[in-house]
Design a protein around this ligand. Structure first.
Ligand code: ADP
Length: 247
C-alpha cells in the first residue's frame, strides 16, 4: 500500500504563461490531517482543483494511493474515494436536512429503480440517514429545511453530504470560513472525528484551527512550496513568518 494517499510530482499549472502552481511535490500521508496554507494568491485553490482533477496540470502528475490519476476525470476520482467539499454551498435549501443527506446517500448506494423499489432498501437508507445525522450532530434539525439552518450548521451539513459518499480522502476547502467561535469548535470536533478513519487535506486560513487540527502543514507561496512540517516547525520558520508578514 502506498505510504502517501495523495502525491503530486512536479505539479504545475500555468494560466496564460503565469505559473499559479509551480513544481509542487505535495505528499499527504495516510490517516493524517494535512493543511495547505499560504497567503492569498499562493495557489492553494489551484492545487485543490489540480488534485481533484477539476483542472489539468500543465506539467507533472497526481497520484491517488500510488495510482496515476493525472488524466482521470473528476467523477471517476470521486468514485476512487477522493471527495471534496466546496466553499460555495452545495446543499438544496428547500429540502430538509434529512432529505439532503438522503439524496447524498442515494448517490452512493446507486440509483437502480429495482433497488429503490424494495422496502428493505428504503429502510436501510433511513437508518443510514439517521446514523449520519447523529454522527455530525444534526439529529435535532433533521426536519428543518436546509436553507433555514444557521450558517455554521449549514457548513456542517455540507461536510455531512461529502461523508455520505464515505470517501477515503476528504478535501475540505476552508471548512471554517465565516464561522464564529462556537461553530469552529463544533466543526473542529467533527473533522477530528471523521479523520479517525480517513485522510483529510484542507485549505484553511484560520491558523489556530490549523495548529489545533493538523498533523502536517504545507506552506505555499507564489505557487511554490515554501515550507513543510508540523505547526511548531513551520510557525518558527523565518521564511514562513516573513511570507505572512509581507502578505
Ligand atoms: P489561493 O487559493 O492560494 O488564494 P489561487 O490558487 O486561487 O490562490 O490563485 C493563485 C494565482 O493564480 C493567483 O494569482 C490567481 O490570480 C491565479 N489564478 C487562479 N485561477 C486562475 C485562472 N483561472 N486564470 C488566471 N489566473 C488564475
Amino acid at each position: 500500500m502506498a505510504d502517501y494517499v495523495i502525491e503530486t510530482r512536479n505539479m504545475s499549472r500555468a494560466f496564460k504563461g503565469f505559473l499559479a502552481v509551480n513544481d509542487v511535490d505535495l505528499k499527504v500521508r495516510r490517516g493524517t490531517i494535512h493543511a495547505l496554507i499560504g497567503p492569498n494568491g499562493a495557489g492553494k485553490t489551484t492545487c485543490f482543483n489540480l488534485i481533484t482533477k477539476f483542472l489539468q496540470p500543465t506539467a507533472g502528475s497526481v497520484l491517488l494511493e500510488g495510482r496515476d490519476i493525472t488524466r482521470t476525470p473528476p467523477a471517476r476520482v470521486a468514485r476512487l474515494g477522493m471527495v471534496r467539499s466546496f466553499q460555495i454551498s452545495a446543499i438544496f435549501p428547500h429540502l430538509s436536512v434529512a432529505q439532503n443527506l438522503r439524496v447524498a446517500l442515494q448517490r452512493k448506494l446507486g440509483t437502480s429503480f429495482h433497488f429503490w423499489r424494495s422496502a428493505r432498501s428504503l429502510a436501510v437508507l433511513d437508518d443510514e440517514v439517521a446514523a449520519l445525522l447523529d454522527r455530525v450532530g444534526l439529529s435535532a434539525f433533521a426536519a428543518i429545511p436546509a436553507g433555514e439552518l444557521a450558517y455554521g450548521r449549514k457548513r456542517v451539513l455540507e461536510i455531512a453530504t461529502t461523508l455520505a459518499l464515505d470517501p477515503k480522502v476528504l478535501l475540505l476547502d476552508e471548512p471554517m470560513a465565516g464561522m464564529g467561535a462556537e461553530d469552529i469548535s463544533r466543526t473542529a470536533a467533527l473533522i477530528r472525528k471523521v479523520a479517525a478513519d480517513r485522510t483529510v487535506l484542507m485549505v484553511e486560513h484560520n491558523l489556530s484551527v490549523v495548529a489545533d487540527l493538523s498533523d502536517r502543514i504545507t506552506v505555499l507561496q507564489r505557487g511554490r512550496i515554501l515550507a513543510e512540517g508540523t505547526y511548531d516547525q513551520i510557525s518558527t520558520d523565518p521564511a514562513v513568518i516573513e511570507a505572512y508578514m509581507g502578505s
